[in-house]
Write a protein that binds this ligand. Structure first.
Ligand SMILES: Cc1ncc(COP(=O)(O)O)c(C=O)c1O
Length: 469
C-alpha cells in the first residue's frame, strides 16, 4: 500500500460511514476505490475489481460514461440550480414526463426526492395526506415486511423490518406492523406452492383484520426484498396482496428503489414482472445510475383525482426538498434513460439475466452454499457452514472471509452477512458473468477451506463447538 493510500485509509476514520460501528471508529481499514470503467472499479493500488453489487444495486449503466459527464457538465454550465417551489426547469419537466411514460397504468405524476429513503418517506407522507384530505384521518397504519428495507429516515427506517437494524436507534411506534417476508425457503416440508402462497397472503389479511381495516392505510412492499437477501416471493403473491388491499380500501406502495430502471429487465418491474399496477411506486438508484443522487415517487391519477375532489379550494402537500427535481440530477436521469434505451439494456438484461442465474446455480455443488436465488441481474448466493444452524457470528465470519478472498481475486462482493449479493451493472457481458461466477466460486471454496482447516486444527470432528453453534 502506498504512503498516500495508507494516509487516506487512516484519515477515513474521521468519516462516519453508513452503519458504522462507532466503537470501532479509528480502526477501520477500508479499501480506497479510485476510478471506475464499465463493470470494473480500480483501487488505489491499481487492482481491477469487478463490481459485483454494482455499487449498491445502482450503477446500472456502468462506471465512467463520458456521455453522462458531458450531460452533467452541460447542465451545470447552463443552469446548476433553481428553486423547485415556484420555478421549474426543462430537465425536471422532461424527466418526469419520461418516467411517467415508462410507468404502468395511470401512474402519471412524479414527485422528485433526493434518494430512496426520501422517496419512501415522502410517499408515506402523501398517503397520510391523501387520507386526511378525504376525511379518513384514522387510516394511518402501515403494513410492511420483516426483512424489508425502505430507507434511513425516521419513517422509512421504521417501516423497514430488518431485525438486525433494530439496535440502539428509535423507531416510530404503534403505527407500523411487520408481517413475515414471503420467503420460499421457509415453505414447510411437503407444503404445496399454492398452500404456501395462501399462507403468505393470509399473513397480510390477518394483520389488517387485527389492526382494523378502517385504520390501515397502506401496504409497502419491495417486489423482491433486496437487502433482506434477495427474497423472491411465490408466484402471484403481489397480485393477491393487491386484491387484499383493494378489498380493505388500502393503498399498495411498490418500493422499486432497487428493481426499477432495468435490474429485472424492464424500466419498472411491478407490472412487467409481477402483473400489478400499484397506487404508488418509489424509485431511486438506477434512476441516474448513481451518477448523481436522486429519487422519486410516482402516484396515480386516481389518487390525485380523489384529493382534488375532496380538497375543496386547496389541498397543499407540504412536503419537499431544496433539491427536489434538481436540474443537474434530472439531466443525468434523462441521459441515463436515453443510454438504457439506445443500448437496449432492458432487452440485454432479459437475455443475460437468465444466464447469470444459471451460472450462479452451478455453485450449489459447494458444500457451504445453502441457497442460490434471484431474477434478472439480481441474485443472492447464501452460505452456511452448518446448514440449517443459525449462528450470526459465524455467518458474519463466513461473509467476511468470502469477501476477502474474492477481493484478492478481483471481485467486490461485500456480502449481506453470509449472503453474497450479485447485482452487477446491466452492461455486463456473458464473459464477464463467467469471470464473476468463477471468482465467486474460488472465493467461497477458499473461505470454506479456511474453516475446515481451522476446525481440523482446533477441534477435530466437532464443528458445532468449534464455531459456537
Ligand atoms: C428497496 C429500498 N428502498 C429504499 C432504499 C433507500 O434508498 P437510499 O439509500 O437511496 O436512501 C433502499 C436502499 O438500499 C432500498 O433497497
Amino acid at each position: 500500500m502506498s504512503r498516500v493510500t495508507a494516509d487516506l485509509v487512516k484519515a477515513d476514520n474521521q468519516f462516519i460511514h453508513p452503519w458504522d460501528d462507532i466503537v470501532k471508529l479509528g480502526k477501520n481499514k477500508r479499501t480506497v476505490i479510485e476510478r471506475g470503467d464499465g463493470v470494473y472499479v480500480y483501487d488505489s493500488d491499481g487492482n481491477r475489481l469487478l463490481d459485483g453489487p454494482g455499487g449498491m444495486w445502482c450503477v446500472n449503466i456502468g462506471h465512467g460514461r463520458e456521455e453522462m459527464a458531458r450531460a452533467i457538465y452541460d447542465q451545470i454550465m447552463r443552469l446548476s440550480y433553481t428553486s423547485p417551489w415556484s420555478l421549474t426547469t426543462g430537465p425536471a419537466v422532461k424527466f418526469s414526463q419520461a418516467i411517467a411514460a415508462e410507468a404502468p397504468g395511470d401512474l402519471n405524476h412524479v414527485f422528485f426526492t433526493t434518494g430512496g429513503s426520501t422517496a419512501v418517506d415522502s410517499a408515506l407522507r402523501f398517503v397520510q395526506f391523501y387520507n386526511n384530505v378525504r376525511g379518513k384521518p384514522e387510516k394511518k397504519h402501515i403494513i410492511s415486511h420483516k426483512k424489508g428495507y425502505h430507507g434511513s429516515t425516521y419513517l422509512s427506517a421504521s417501516v423497514s423490518g430488518k431485525e438486525r437494524d433494530r439496535n440502539s436507534l428509535d423507531f416510530v411506534e404503534g403505527l407500523i406492523h411487520h408481517i413475515s417476508a414471503p420467503h420460499s425457503l421457509w415453505k414447510a416440508e411437503g407444503q404445496k406452492d399454492s398452500e404456501f402462497l395462501d399462507q403468505c397472503v393470509a399473513n397480510l389479511e390477518d394483520c389488517i383484520l387485527a389492526v382494523g381495516a378502517d385504520r390501515c392505510a397502506v401496504f409497502v412492499a419491495e417486489p423482491i426484498l433486496a437487502s433482506g437477501g434477495v427474497i423472491v416471493p411465490p408466484k402471484g403473491y403481489h397480485q393477491r396482496c393487491l386484491e387484499i388491499c383493494r378489498k380493505y380500501d388500502m393503498l399498495y406502495l411498490s418500493d422499486e428503489v432497487v428493481t426499477s430502471f432495468g435490474r429485472l429487465g424492464h424500466c419498472f418491474a411491478s407490472e412487467a414482472v409481477f402483473g400489478i399496477q400499484p397506487d404508488i411506486i418509489t424509485t431511486a438508484k438506477g434512476m441516474t445510475s448513481a451518477y448523481i443522487p436522486m429519487g422519486a415517487f410516482l402516484v396515480s391519477d386516481r389518487l390525485l383525482d380523489e384529493v382534488k375532489a375532496f380538497g375543496g379550494d386547496s389541498a397543499v402537500f407540504s412536503n419537499g426538498f431544496t433539491y427536489s427535481g434538481h436540474p443537474v440530477a434530472a439531466a443525468a436521469g434523462l441521459k441515463n434513460l436515453e443510454i438504457m434505451k439506445r443500448e437496449k439494456l432492458f432487452e440485454h438484461v432479459q437475455e443475460v439475466g437468465p444466464y447469470m442465474q444459471e451460472q450462479l446455480q452451478t455453485l450449489r455443488d459447494i458444500p457451504i452454499v445453502s441457497d442460490v436465488r434471484g431474477i434478472g441481474l439480481m441474485a443472492c448466493v447464501e452460505c452456511e457452514l452448518n446448514q440449517g444452524d443459525t449462528n450470526l457470528a459465524m455467518d458474519y465470519e463466513i461473509g467476511n472471509r468470502i469477501d476477502r478472498h474474492c477481493q484478492a481475486l478481483g471481485l467486490i462482493v461485500r456480502p449481506l452477512v453470509n449472503m453474497c449479493v450479485m447485482s452487477p451493472p446491466l452492461t455486463i457481458t456473458r464473459e464477464q458473468i463467467d469471470e464473476m461466477v468463477g471468482i465467486l466460486r474460488k472465493g467461497i471454496e477458499l473461505a470454506m477451506r479456511d474453516f475446515y482447516d481451522e476446525l481440523d486444527r482446533d477441534k477435530p470432528g466437532d464443528q458445532h463447538q468449534a464455531w459456537g453453534g
